[in-house]
Design a binder for this molecule. Structure first.
Ligand code: GRF
Length: 197
C-alpha cells in the first residue's frame, strides 16, 4: 500500500540583514519534491532589506524590533516564538540573524534550529571570519551549517563547503566566494535535514 505523501516541513527563516541565504532557501523550494516550505521570514530589524525580498517572493514576513525590549532578551524571544507558533513552524533556520540567543529559545527549539556560519567550524566561531582566515595564512575557507546549541557557533555540524583562499585575497573577496558556497550548502543541508526528520 502506498502511504500518503509526507507534507513539507514548515520552516521559518530568521534574518537581520539582506537575506541572500534566506532567498536561496526560498528559491530551492520551487523544486517539485522540496522537503520543506518557508512559511515565514522574521527579522529583529523592521528595516532589514531581506523582508522586502521575501515579500516579493510571496512569503509572509514579520518584524519584532528588539529595541523596545531593552535588556530583556527572553521577552523579545517570547514575542518571536509566539509568531512562530501562530505560523505552525516546525524548524527554524537562522540566516544572518545577528542576535545572541538565550538558553530559553535554544532549548525550546533544541534539535530543530539550524544556523549557517561563514567558516569551517570549529575554526573561527564569532565575527570577522574571513579576515581571520586570511591573517592565519589558511589556503582553504568555507561555511558550516550546524544545529544551534547554547555555545555560540558550537553545535554539531550538519554540512560544510570549502572554497580556496587565493593569493592577495581581501576579506570582502573571500566573503563573496564563501557566500556563493553558502547559497548552495544551506538549501541542500536543510533539505536533507527535513527529509531525515
Ligand atoms: C552569511 O555570511 C552567514 O554565513 C552569516 O551572516 C551572513 C548573512 O548573509 N551568518 P545574508 O544576509 O544571508 O546575505
Amino acid at each position: 500500500m502506498v502511504g500518503s505523501p509526507v507534507p513539507p516541513t514548515r520552516v521559518a527563516v530568521l534574518i537581520s540583514g539582506s537575506g541572500s541565504n534566506m532567498a536561496a532557501l526560498i528559491d530551492a523550494t520551487k523544486a517539485d519534491d522540496a522537503p520543506y516550505e518557508v512559511v515565514l521570514v522574521l527579522s529583529n530589524k523592521p528595516d532589514a532589506g531581506g523582508l522586502a525580498v521575501a515579500e516579493a517572493k510571496g512569503v509572509p514576513t514579520a518584524a519584532v524590533d528588539h529595541r523596545p525590549f531593552g535588556k530583556d532578551r527572553e521577552a523579545h524571544e517570547r514575542a518571536i516564538d509566539a509568531i512562530l507558533m501562530e505560523h505552525g513552524v516546525e524548524v527554524v533556520a537562522l540566516a544572518g540573524y545577528m542576535r545572541l540567543l538565550t538558553p530559553w529559545l535554544v532549548s525550546r527549539w533544541d534539535g530543530r534550529m539550524l544556523n549557517i556560519h561563514p567558516s569551517l567550524l570549529p575554526k573561527y566561531p564569532g565575527l570577522d571570519t574571513h579576515a581571520r582566515a586570511i591573517e592565519a595564512g589558511d589556503t582553504e575557507a568555507g561555511c558550516t551549517v550546524h544545529l544551534v546549541t547554547e555555545g555560540v557557533d558550537e553545535g554539531p555540524a550538519l554540512g560544510q563547503a570549502a572554497v580556496p583562499v587565493l593569493a592577495d585575497d581581501t576579506p570582502a573577496a573571500l566573503a563573496q566566494r564563501v557566500l556563493t558556497a553558502e547559497h548552495r550548502l544551506y538549501p541542500e543541508t536543510l533539505a536533507a535535514f527535513c527529509r531525515d526528520r
